[in-house]
Write a protein that binds this ligand. Structure first.
Ligand SMILES: O=C(O)CCC(=O)C(=O)O
Ligand SMILES: [Fe+2]
Length: 198
Protein backbone atom coordinates (compact mmCIF):
# COMPACT_ATOMS: atom_id res chain seq x y z
CA UNK A 1 0.00 0.00 0.00
CA UNK A 2 1.14 3.49 -0.88
CA UNK A 3 0.44 6.46 1.34
CA UNK A 4 0.62 9.84 -0.31
CA UNK A 5 -0.08 12.78 2.00
CA UNK A 6 -2.46 10.60 4.02
CA UNK A 7 -4.28 9.31 0.94
CA UNK A 8 -4.13 5.50 0.91
CA UNK A 9 -3.54 3.94 -2.46
CA UNK A 10 -4.12 0.21 -2.44
CA UNK A 11 -2.47 -0.95 -5.64
CA UNK A 12 -4.04 -4.06 -7.13
CA UNK A 13 -6.72 -4.33 -4.43
CA UNK A 14 -8.98 -6.16 -6.90
CA UNK A 15 -7.67 -8.91 -9.16
CA UNK A 16 -8.80 -9.39 -12.76
CA UNK A 17 -11.72 -11.73 -12.06
CA UNK A 18 -13.02 -9.44 -9.28
CA UNK A 19 -12.83 -6.47 -11.67
CA UNK A 20 -14.74 -8.43 -14.33
CA UNK A 21 -17.43 -9.36 -11.77
CA UNK A 22 -17.83 -5.70 -10.86
CA UNK A 23 -18.23 -4.71 -14.50
CA UNK A 24 -20.97 -7.35 -14.84
CA UNK A 25 -22.67 -6.05 -11.70
CA UNK A 26 -22.55 -2.49 -13.05
CA UNK A 27 -24.11 -3.35 -16.40
CA UNK A 28 -27.75 -3.29 -15.16
CA UNK A 29 -27.02 -0.19 -13.08
CA UNK A 30 -25.84 1.73 -16.16
CA UNK A 31 -28.86 0.48 -18.06
CA UNK A 32 -31.29 1.68 -15.37
CA UNK A 33 -29.46 4.98 -14.78
CA UNK A 34 -27.69 5.95 -18.02
CA UNK A 35 -24.55 8.06 -17.92
CA UNK A 36 -25.22 11.76 -18.51
CA UNK A 37 -22.99 14.77 -19.12
CA UNK A 38 -23.15 17.03 -16.06
CA UNK A 39 -22.54 20.76 -16.28
CA UNK A 40 -20.78 23.06 -13.88
CA UNK A 41 -22.95 25.65 -12.13
CA UNK A 42 -21.66 28.12 -14.78
CA UNK A 43 -23.13 25.94 -17.53
CA UNK A 44 -19.85 24.48 -18.76
CA UNK A 45 -20.03 20.72 -19.41
CA UNK A 46 -17.71 18.32 -17.59
CA UNK A 47 -15.62 16.00 -19.76
CA UNK A 48 -16.55 12.97 -17.64
CA UNK A 49 -19.96 11.42 -17.93
CA UNK A 50 -21.57 10.22 -14.71
CA UNK A 51 -24.41 8.52 -12.94
CA UNK A 52 -25.00 7.11 -9.46
CA UNK A 53 -26.35 4.16 -7.55
CA UNK A 54 -27.75 4.27 -4.02
CA UNK A 55 -30.38 6.31 -2.20
CA UNK A 56 -28.56 9.50 -3.18
CA UNK A 57 -26.70 10.49 -6.31
CA UNK A 58 -24.35 13.38 -6.87
CA UNK A 59 -25.30 15.84 -9.60
CA UNK A 60 -24.20 19.22 -10.84
CA UNK A 61 -26.01 21.64 -13.14
CA UNK A 62 -27.03 25.29 -13.08
CA UNK A 63 -28.60 24.60 -9.68
CA UNK A 64 -25.16 23.80 -8.21
CA UNK A 65 -23.44 20.73 -6.76
CA UNK A 66 -25.67 18.51 -4.64
CA UNK A 67 -26.89 15.06 -3.71
CA UNK A 68 -30.42 14.16 -4.76
CA UNK A 69 -32.59 11.00 -4.69
CA UNK A 70 -33.26 10.95 -8.44
CA UNK A 71 -31.43 10.78 -11.77
CA UNK A 72 -31.76 13.98 -13.89
CA UNK A 73 -34.34 12.07 -15.97
CA UNK A 74 -36.52 11.70 -12.87
CA UNK A 75 -36.21 8.06 -11.80
CA UNK A 76 -34.77 6.85 -8.51
CA UNK A 77 -31.15 5.69 -8.66
CA UNK A 78 -30.69 1.90 -8.78
CA UNK A 79 -29.39 0.06 -5.72
CA UNK A 80 -25.65 -0.24 -5.12
CA UNK A 81 -24.64 -3.78 -6.20
CA UNK A 82 -23.67 -6.14 -3.33
CA UNK A 83 -20.17 -6.61 -4.79
CA UNK A 84 -19.59 -2.87 -4.45
CA UNK A 85 -20.99 -2.78 -0.89
CA UNK A 86 -18.65 -5.65 0.05
CA UNK A 87 -15.71 -3.58 -1.13
CA UNK A 88 -16.78 -0.64 1.07
CA UNK A 89 -17.30 -2.80 4.18
CA UNK A 90 -14.01 -4.60 3.60
CA UNK A 91 -12.05 -1.37 3.20
CA UNK A 92 -13.70 0.73 5.92
CA UNK A 93 -14.51 -2.01 8.45
CA UNK A 94 -17.77 -0.14 9.10
CA UNK A 95 -21.27 -1.63 9.33
CA UNK A 96 -22.98 1.40 7.86
CA UNK A 97 -23.41 1.20 4.11
CA UNK A 98 -22.61 4.10 1.80
CA UNK A 99 -25.66 5.89 0.44
CA UNK A 100 -23.99 6.98 -2.78
CA UNK A 101 -21.90 5.20 -5.37
CA UNK A 102 -20.93 7.83 -7.91
CA UNK A 103 -19.95 6.32 -11.25
CA UNK A 104 -17.63 8.45 -13.39
CA UNK A 105 -16.85 7.42 -16.94
CA UNK A 106 -13.72 8.85 -18.58
CA UNK A 107 -13.70 8.52 -22.35
CA UNK A 108 -10.77 9.62 -24.52
CA UNK A 109 -9.59 13.07 -23.40
CA UNK A 110 -11.71 13.23 -20.24
CA UNK A 111 -10.24 14.65 -17.06
CA UNK A 112 -11.29 16.00 -13.68
CA UNK A 113 -9.85 19.21 -12.28
CA UNK A 114 -8.46 19.53 -8.76
CA UNK A 115 -11.28 19.68 -6.23
CA UNK A 116 -12.26 18.71 -2.72
CA UNK A 117 -15.10 16.27 -1.96
CA UNK A 118 -17.13 18.32 0.49
CA UNK A 119 -20.80 18.06 -0.41
CA UNK A 120 -21.37 15.28 2.15
CA UNK A 121 -23.20 16.01 5.42
CA UNK A 122 -20.66 14.23 7.65
CA UNK A 123 -17.05 14.62 6.56
CA UNK A 124 -15.79 12.14 9.16
CA UNK A 125 -16.71 9.27 6.81
CA UNK A 126 -13.98 8.27 4.37
CA UNK A 127 -14.34 8.33 0.59
CA UNK A 128 -13.47 5.01 -1.07
CA UNK A 129 -12.76 5.05 -4.77
CA UNK A 130 -12.15 2.20 -7.22
CA UNK A 131 -10.51 2.43 -10.65
CA UNK A 132 -11.65 0.12 -13.46
CA UNK A 133 -10.33 0.14 -17.01
CA UNK A 134 -7.77 2.53 -18.45
CA UNK A 135 -4.88 3.96 -16.42
CA UNK A 136 -5.38 7.42 -14.96
CA UNK A 137 -2.96 10.04 -13.71
CA UNK A 138 -4.19 11.01 -10.23
CA UNK A 139 -2.98 14.29 -8.77
CA UNK A 140 -2.96 15.00 -5.05
CA UNK A 141 -2.59 18.49 -3.62
CA UNK A 142 -3.15 19.89 -0.17
CA UNK A 143 -6.11 20.44 2.16
CA UNK A 144 -6.28 24.05 1.00
CA UNK A 145 -6.05 25.34 -2.55
CA UNK A 146 -2.61 25.75 -4.11
CA UNK A 147 0.83 24.48 -3.17
CA UNK A 148 2.85 21.61 -4.52
CA UNK A 149 1.14 18.51 -5.82
CA UNK A 150 2.18 14.89 -6.37
CA UNK A 151 0.92 12.49 -8.99
CA UNK A 152 0.54 8.75 -9.24
CA UNK A 153 -0.83 6.48 -11.95
CA UNK A 154 -3.95 4.55 -10.93
CA UNK A 155 -4.47 1.21 -12.67
CA UNK A 156 -7.51 -0.98 -12.96
CA UNK A 157 -8.25 -2.62 -9.62
CA UNK A 158 -6.59 0.06 -7.49
CA UNK A 159 -8.52 1.44 -4.53
CA UNK A 160 -8.00 4.92 -3.11
CA UNK A 161 -9.13 5.87 0.40
CA UNK A 162 -9.40 9.48 1.49
CA UNK A 163 -10.13 9.62 5.20
CA UNK A 164 -9.06 11.28 8.42
CA UNK A 165 -6.86 14.34 7.88
CA UNK A 166 -6.73 13.55 4.12
CA UNK A 167 -10.51 13.57 3.72
CA UNK A 168 -10.52 17.13 2.39
CA UNK A 169 -7.39 16.93 0.28
CA UNK A 170 -7.53 18.42 -3.22
CA UNK A 171 -7.36 15.77 -5.93
CA UNK A 172 -8.12 15.29 -9.60
CA UNK A 173 -7.44 13.25 -12.72
CA UNK A 174 -5.13 14.96 -15.24
CA UNK A 175 -5.61 12.45 -18.03
CA UNK A 176 -6.17 8.82 -18.85
CA UNK A 177 -4.18 6.52 -21.13
CA UNK A 178 -7.04 5.72 -23.46
CA UNK A 179 -6.93 2.09 -24.60
CA UNK A 180 -4.41 0.96 -21.96
CA UNK A 181 -6.81 -1.63 -20.51
CA UNK A 182 -9.05 -4.19 -22.14
CA UNK A 183 -11.50 -4.43 -19.24
CA UNK A 184 -14.11 -2.21 -20.91
CA UNK A 185 -14.95 -3.32 -24.46
CA UNK A 186 -15.13 0.28 -25.71
CA UNK A 187 -12.15 1.47 -23.69
CA UNK A 188 -12.05 4.28 -21.17
CA UNK A 189 -12.13 4.30 -17.42
CA UNK A 190 -14.87 3.80 -14.83
CA UNK A 191 -14.31 5.21 -11.38
CA UNK A 192 -16.64 4.28 -8.55
CA UNK A 193 -16.67 6.60 -5.57
CA UNK A 194 -18.42 5.38 -2.40
CA UNK A 195 -19.59 7.85 0.17
CA UNK A 196 -21.85 8.34 3.15
CA UNK A 197 -23.46 11.45 1.73
CA UNK A 198 -26.65 12.24 3.64
O1 LIG B 1 -11.82 9.44 -11.03
C1 LIG B 1 -11.24 9.50 -9.94
O2 LIG B 1 -10.35 8.69 -9.62
C2 LIG B 1 -11.58 10.58 -8.96
C3 LIG B 1 -13.03 10.95 -8.96
C4 LIG B 1 -13.34 12.03 -7.98
O3 LIG B 1 -12.48 12.65 -7.44
C5 LIG B 1 -14.73 12.34 -7.65
O4 LIG B 1 -15.66 11.80 -8.26
O5 LIG B 1 -14.94 13.16 -6.75
FE1 LIG C 1 -13.27 13.80 -5.79
Amino acid sequence: MLNLRGVEIRKGALDGPAQARLIEALRPVLKAAPLFTPTMPNGKPLSVRMTSAGSLGWVTDKGGYRYQPTHPKGMAWPAIPPEVLDLWHGVTGQDRAPDCCLINYYGEGARMGLHQDRDEADLTWPVVSLSLGDDALFRIGNTSRGGKTESVWLNSGDVVVMGGPARLIYHGIDRIRFGSSRLLPKGGRLNLTLRVAG
